[in-house]
Design a protein around this ligand. Structure first.
Ligand code: GLY
Ligand code: MN
Ligand code: MN
Length: 439
């Protein structure tokens, strides 16, 4: 039996424990978790790619089958209502026979009308967990996505089971293959579009199977934080390349970024400085450390880099307090990672759903949790030349602290981000990304 299969029963028993606790709080009997329904394009007969409910794929790696339901109560063997229509238009998902199937009582549903027969008769103490709440009410559910249950599950989801950690290592392993192929394509002279094709080929993914749309950016495009355009044509000059791309394994995602300079110059030195800062920040991680403090430590390191490269002048703390570091690095240090690229629960400070907001000066930080064993996080400092943000500095006294000549020199290179996926263990940090050979 392979490792994934051998770790899986313990994963299911942990999820059962969580469900039993969550149900007790709400005096509910069971959760009915819907895989989802495909969304149709407005005034069209085409459907958007199906994205399964993350609460559903937490239980089993069934990612492509709408209209399925899980019935879980924390005690009995979980039931899976598996939708398998008679349909000559589409490929029908086979009745599963895999490492996970023995963990479920599986009932096959060939017609949606049969659902009422397959669901429990009295749903008044059952909570529906899914997106289609109007449909759930038509089915007879009185409780849909109860906040206490969702908060409880999201809070505990931060602590990955051994099965989940094994899946996340494999999703890193796959993505690293893609990153190495993309790096080669960049140095071989490929366009953004061609680099993306090389990435997909090396990771054996279609575009829709990627956990998020990859950012494949040459030159100044790398300063656009969510750039997804994919230019077919080559830029006149090849200066720099940023790729932020992940992979999926059994529904678990990786989220990795690297930046390259075509030649050795000030930009390659800046990349090396951000890379060094990222590794130092990772070495500060351990259980009990506040992720917000790591984010603030990142601003100190970026401030030092701005001073070292004479991009800005002033004192280290002053550049942070005046918001100058945030102009060069507007996003957060990173986020929780797992079933979703921005895994839910980043602001929960306890299992009751208490919310801890990001500091007012750092509104885009997505995680305010205290690090604990078995959490998986991204660590992704960056440094970008973003004119729309730099322009705000031009209109006030901070203008004189910026070395606009160096800004002009760096602008064609765009920006830098270095992003790894790490596991917090009791006594060490595991950097899954670098462990698979991406440096
Ligand atoms: N790829 C999105 C992010 O890094 O958060
Ligand atoms: Mn990313
Ligand atoms: Mn990320």
């Amino acid at each position: 039996m392979d490792q994934i299969a051998s770790l899986y029963p313990e994963h299911i028993s942990e999820l059962n424990k969580r469900v039993a606790n969550a149900l007790e709080k709400e005096s509910l009997t069971a959760l009915v978790i819907h895989s989802g329904q495909a969304h149709r394009v407005f005034l069209d007969d085409q459907y958007y790619p199906f994205k399964v409910n993350p609460q559903f794929k937490a239980w089993l790696p069934l990612l492509d089958n709408p209209h399925c339901f899980l019935i879980v109560n924390g005690t009995n063997k979980p039931q899976l209502i598996f939708y398998r229509p008679v349909d000559f238009w589409h490929k029908i998902t086979d009745i599963p026979d895999d490492f996970w199937t023995d963990s479920f009582d599986i009932k096959v549903m060939t017609k949606l009308e049969d659902l009422t027969v397959l669901l429990p008769k009295n749903l008044s103490q059952h909570a529906y967990i899914g997106e289609h709440t109007d449909y759930a009410q038509e089915l007879g559910f009185q409780s849909t996505n109860p906040k206490t249950v969702i908060d409880y599950l999201h809070y505990h989801r931060a602590s990955k089971t051994a099965y989940e950690l094994a899946c996340m290592r494999l999703s890193n392993k796959i993505a690293v293959k893609g990153h190495l192929a993309a790096k080669k394509a960049f140095f071989d002279g490929a366009s953004e579009y061609e680099i993306q094709q090389q990435y997909l080929l090396a990771t054996d993914q279609t575009e829709n199977e990627q956990p998020y749309s990859a950012i494949v950016a040459l030159n100044e495009n790398s300063a656009i934080l969510h750039y997804t355009k994919l230019e077919r044509s080559l830029p006149a000059e090849r200066l720099s390349f940023l790729i932020d791309a992940g992979a999926n394994y059994n529904g678990y995602t990786s989220d990795i970024t690297r930046t390259y300079s075509f030649e050795e110059n000030i930009f390659s030195e800046l990349i090396a400085a951000v890379d060094k800062a990222q590794l130092e920040l990772i070495s500060m991680m351990k259980p009990g450390v506040d992720y917000v403090d790591l984010h603030l430590a990142m601003h100190q390191k970026i401030s030092q880099i701005l001073l070292d490269f004479k991009i800005a002048s002033g004192d280290l703390e002053g550049l942070i307090e005046q918001g100058i570091t945030s102009v060069f690095l507007p996003h957060g240090l990173g986020h929780q990672l797992g079933l979703q690229v921005h895994d839910m629960g980043g602001f929960l400070s306890d299992e009751l759903g208490s919310h801890r907001a990001a500091p007012a000066a750092h509104p885009f930080l997505r995680c305010t949790r205290t690090l604990a064993e078995n959490q998986v996080l991204t660590m992704e400092p960056g440094l970008y030349i973003i004119d729309s943000l730099l322009n705000t500095l031009k209109n006030d006294k901070r203008k004189s602290q910026i070395n606009w000549q160096v800004i002009d020199q760096l602008r064609p290179f765009g920006g830098i981000r270095i992003e790894d996926n790490v596991i917090v263990h009791a006594d060490r940090i595991e950097n899954m990304t670098r462990d698979f050979g991406l440096n």
